[in-house]
Design a protein around this ligand. Structure first.
Ligand SMILES: NC(=O)c1ccc[n+]([C@@H]2O[C@H](COP(=O)([O-])OP(=O)(O)OC[C@H]3O[C@@H](n4cnc5c(N)ncnc54)[C@H](OP(=O)(O)O)[C@@H]3O)[C@@H](O)[C@H]2O)c1
Length: 166
């Protein structure tokens, strides 16, 4: 399973000055449950926004050309390849947790998107979730002011090669 998980405003805003826009207890619980024991893939700025030591119990994979580390890759493709092979080996899902360019570059490999939309909250944002490509369809939605939406990739369902290793 290769997923995106993201919390946005209605305008797609996800962050400002390196921080989340909204800290919603229910949504953070949803995030924690979904990503428990997962491989979490992220850009360097999202990694730096996490608490020291990162997220307990998850394997952190970071994309960066400026920092180094055991699980830091200098291209998204190398990071995705590592995540997909280890996902099979360790039987753990992969969750892409941001930011913008990492989400954008990983749509082709993504089977499922979990998007939370805060319709009743708005702040200035400098970081946005990209437009979801047409080959994704919404299969589940719950809630009104805070809407939990799940999308699946039709190419993946129909066995097209878009999710194959880069
Ligand atoms: N609401 C949410 O669900 C959510 C989720 C995630 C993040 N956020 C927010 O979004 C913001 C961070 O996201 P962001 O988009 O600004 O940054 P980001 O994707 O987390 O990090 C950007 C950095 O990742 C590396 N990177 C990205 N694409 C790359 C590529 N193709 N090849 C090599 N390296 C690449 C680069 O690191 P180097 O500069 O080191 O090379 C780049 O500067 C924060 O405000 C965070 O709180 C919100």
């Amino acid at each position: 399973m290769f997923c995106h998980i993201v919390a946005t405003q209605a305008d797609g805003g996800i962050g400002l000055n390196g921080n989340l826009l909204h800290r919603d207890r229910e949504d953070l619980k949803f995030f924690a449950e979904k990503t428990r024991n997962a491989i979490v893939l992220m850009g360097r700025k999202t990694y730096e926004s996490l608490p020291p030591g990162g997220l307990v119990g998850r394997i952190h994979v970071v994309v960066s050309k400026t920092i180094q580390g055991a699980l830091v890759f200098d291209t998204v493709e190398k990071a995705v390849r590592w995540c997909i092979t280890r996902s099979k080996l360790y039987n753990r899902p992969v969750y892409v947790i941001g930011g913008t360019e990492i989400y954008r570059a990983t749509f082709p490999y993504t089977t499922t998107i979990f998007k939370t939309v805060f319709h009743d909250r708005h702040k200035e944002a400098d970081t946005f979730y990209p437009e979801i490509p047409d080959n994704f369809i919404m299969i589940h939605t719950k809630g009104t002011n805070t809407q939990y939406v799940e999308y699946v990739n039709l190419d993946h369902l129909s066995g097209q090669p878009s999710h194959h290793l880069p």
